[in-house]
Ligand binder design. Structure first.
Ligand SMILES: NC(=O)c1ccc[n+]([C@@H]2O[C@H](COP(=O)([O-])OP(=O)(O)OC[C@H]3O[C@@H](n4cnc5c(N)ncnc54)[C@H](O)[C@@H]3O)[C@@H](O)[C@H]2O)c1
Length: 352
């Protein structure tokens, strides 16, 4: 469908107008190189509100969007388990795709997406937002330069408020929704695959009945290091910050740590808060990791370059989550190779 040129602007649609879809909408709306031309959601009120605010055309499904035409690229921001079918449809129609993480919740579906993306001439990029976080970039550069030495052990944490679990409503797991960020970052920063996992989960939230409050996994990297990962959405509504995240790697020559609990701003006004400032627009310009991610996608589409993160890398993280969940179910140490239906070509395409 699309033959965008570096002249731009890129004609973009956002599919799925929930929490993150609205953020994609705002970034595109502020971008000089993209035009938000369409939005898609089965909820007519969500479509009407955004269409009225932005001037984009509104549709209730990807099929309707494709029938209408006139779109070069899509941000796919639907719930985790729905990505695969629409992603295949969009790539098949020749539309460039920014697919929110996790790209799929099943290894075979993730592999099918990798193969579809690699067989097409579309730009297809997973929304692994930590790849665009300056502190995680710095950590990767340090590890790559040998500044940490041989990584021996580490710790990853990503805790959200219970309201996020409520929003997910039992459709996905905490490891798929949150843990996948840290798994991808760990593999990218260390340059090593996770080869096995053991894990336990705490009981299901009463509200949804079907998802764990927290998963704690011990991950073995291919070089032998062990990394503890905590993924949870159980923080109370009055917790001072909405994201409590950490990365810490300890090696033979040093330590690198990123803490996302405190962004350096404290507010005491009707309660105590540590606000996250990164996503707020500055003088009408989007900023923060998601804005950089989306602008990187737009650049790749306009210049027909490989995007900075590959679907193959994202599929690798999906398989680690599946191994973690299998470890929770069985109480065993699970090899990632056990759950992987490996694609035919070697990994690392498009890695920067
Ligand atoms: N990169 C990040 O930092 C980040 C942050 C949050 C969420 N996410 C990911 O983004 C995706 C969406 O998460 P969310 O928190 O915004 O969820 P959400 O539940 O808030 O929103 C999902 C939206 O998709 C719509 N939808 C459902 N079925 C649809 C369909 N077939 N076609 C079009 N729209 C459909 C829903 O009506 C809803 O508006 C998930 O995959 C999630 O893991 C990524």
């Amino acid at each position: 469908m699309n033959t965008p040129t570096s002249a731009g602007p890129l004609r973009v649609a956002v599919v799925g107008l929930g929490a993150i879809g609205r953020e994609h909408v705002d970034v595109y709306a502020a971008s000089a190189r993209a035009d938000l031309v369409a939005v898609v959601d089965p909820r007519p009120e969500a479509v009407a509100e955004i269409a009225e605010r932005t001037g984009a055309r509104g549709f209730s499904s990807v099929e309707e969007l494709l029938d209408a035409g006139g779109v070069d690229a899509v941000s796919l921001c639907t719930p985790d388990q729905l990505h695969h079918a629409d992603a295949i449809r969009l790539i098949g129609a020749g539309v460039d795709l920014l697919c929110e993480k996790p790209i799929a919740t099943d290894p075979a579906e993730a592999d099918a997406l990798v193969l579809a993306a690699e067989a097409s001439s579309c730009v297809v990029m997973p929304g692994q937002t930590l790849r665009f976080e300056p502190r995680y970039h710095r950590a990767r550069a340090l590890v790559a330069s040998g500044g940490v030495g041989e990584v021996a052990h580490g710790y990853l944490r990503r805790d959200n408020l219970t309201s996020v679990a409520d929003r997910a409503g039992g459709r996905t797991s905490v490891a798929f929704f949150l843990g996948i960020h840290d798994i991808d970052a760990l593999q990218w920063i260390t340059g090593q695959r996770v080869v096995s996992a053991q894990a336990m989960a705490s009981g299901a939230l009463e509200r949804t009945g079907s998802q764990s409050q927290a998963v704690l996994a011990t991950l073995r990297l291919e070089g032998g290091a062990v990394v503890q990962m905590e993924s949870a959405w159980n923080l109370p509504g009055d917790y001072p910050t909405e994201l409590d995240a950490q990365l810490r790697l300890v090696g033979s020559a040093g330590v690198v740590a990123v803490t996302s609990f405190d962004a350096g701003m404290e507010v005491a006004s009707g309660g105590f808060a540590l606000p996250m400032t990164a996503g707020a627009p500055l003088y009408g310009m989007a900023q923060g990791a998601l804005a950089v991610e989306i602008e990187s996608f737009v650049s790749a589409c306009l210049t027909r370059q490989a995007p900075p993160v590959s679907m193959r890398e994202a599929a690798s993280a999906v398989k680690v989550v599946v191994a973690i969940e299998e470890a929770v179910r069985t109480g065993r140490v699970v090899d990632v190779a056990e759950v992987a239906s490996a694609p035919s070509a070697p990994a690392e395409a498009g890695t920067h």
